[in-house]
Write a protein that binds this ligand. Structure first.
Ligand SMILES: [Fe+2]
Length: 364
């Protein structure tokens, strides 16, 4: 195992030390690509100050209180089977018109705009790759990054609509499994009926906020559950005190329930849109290379891809994939700006990409 540990910037700020902003300098391999917003890269992801800080902090406080091993297993069972409803990718994207990400300190507008900003940033940087007229998908890594332009509109912060609500006070109820056991691996749950919720074929309806998960189970950075929380997890110093796993004799150790270098595919991540969208992509057989699946699955794992933590859980495959996660992250983060794209002009182009890579009605 080669060492990839990056110098960790000051992170993990809480009320006691909010004066230390989280820097992303380690994640930026290419200094020539500056944000178009006019903001410096160091101004993004500021968890020390800002007009949205209280909302962001409260979202992470709830997340870090309730995301446990048992909670993640429960949500994985509920959503991993992709049995809640059917709809096309564009319809799913349009549902994000109704979601403002409360974990995001940088923007305060509906998430659908951020999806298009991300995708357009990739399209500008890679205008010759991944278009509708390109050859059919291959498994080349280079293609994976370019076709992020397809995945990106779908991946960021997608909420399973009409899902089963999980309230902030909801306690974990699943039976604890063996260490290292992962509920519902790749493709798991196909054909398995959902424990609750509407069946496949539920007609599209209006967004029902009462039946959607809370934001702390959808958005924000992710982190491994079942092992000790590393310092680069945002607000790690002040938000885990009521998480029962923090007092668990196994889960509170460095490796927790995992073997050293077991590989991230065997690590149970906090439940959110990364893993859910990955499951949807796998279940529906998106015509994308494995690098694209990986980028979606771990793009919110900032403690790893931006700060070099949790390397003791990584396998060689994870280190090989790391540059691709960082490549997507450049656009996911630095394309955020208040100037919003004209979605009406862009919709046709992205529909053509959807038709190529993930057409028709999808299972969610
Ligand atoms: Fe995201």
């Amino acid at each position: 195992m080669r060492s990839l540990r990056a110098a960790r910037p000051g992170a993990g700020s809480g009320p006691a030390d909010r004066a230390r902003p989280v820097s992303l300098q380690d994640a930026d391999a290419d200094p020539s690509e500056e944000p178009e917003s006019g903001k410096a890269k160091s101004e993004y992801r500021n968890y020390a100050e800002g007009k949205l800080l209280d909302r962001v902090y409260n979202t992470y406080l709830l997340m870090h209180t309730h995301q446990t091993v048992d909670f993640v297993r429960k949500k994985s069972a509920e959503y991993g089977s992709c049995s809640l409803r059917k709809m096309g990718a564009m319809e799913a994207l349009e549902l994000l018109d109704q979601l403002v990400d409360e974990s995001d300190p940088d923007v305060d507008f509906p998430n659908s705009y951020h999806a298009y900003q991300t995708a357009e940033g990739i399209r500008r940087a890679h205008p010759d790759k991944g278009g509708a007229a390109d050859p059919p998908p291959t498994r080349s890594p280079r293609g994976a990054a370019s076709r992020g332009g397809v995945t990106a509109p779908l991946a960021p912060r997608l909420v399973p609509p009409r899902g089963v609500a999980a309230r902030p006070g909801e306690g974990p109820g699943a039976v604890r499994g063996a260490p290292g056991e992962r509920d519902g691996g790749e493709g798991a749950g196909r054909g398995t009926p959902p424990a609750t919720g509407p069946s496949l074929g539920t007609p599209p309806g209006r967004w029902d906020a009462r039946r959607t998960p809370p934001q702390w189970a959808v958005v924000g950075d992710t982190f491994p559950v079942g092992c000790k929380v590393q310092k680069s997890v945002v607000f790690s110093d002040s938000t885990f005190h009521d998480n029962p796993d923090a007092r668990d004799p196994l889960y509170s150790t460095e490796h927790g329930m995992y073997r050293p270098h077991c590989g991230l595919e065997n690590v149970l991540m906090s439940w959110g849109h990364d893993e859910y969208m990955y499951r949807v992509m796998k279940f529906n057989g998106f015509a994308l290379p494995k690098e694209a699946f990986y980028m979606v699955r771990f793009h919110s794992f900032y403690p790893w891809h931006a700060h070099g933590d949790y390397l003791h859980l990584c396998a060689e495959e994870d280190l090989r994939m790391l540059p691709w996660v960082r490549e997507l992250n450049k656009f996911d983060l630095y394309t955020k700006q208040e100037e919003l794209p004209d979605v009406r002009q862009l919709r046709g182009y992205y529909q053509s990409l959807i038709d190529k890579y993930c057409p028709g009605q999808l299972c969610w």
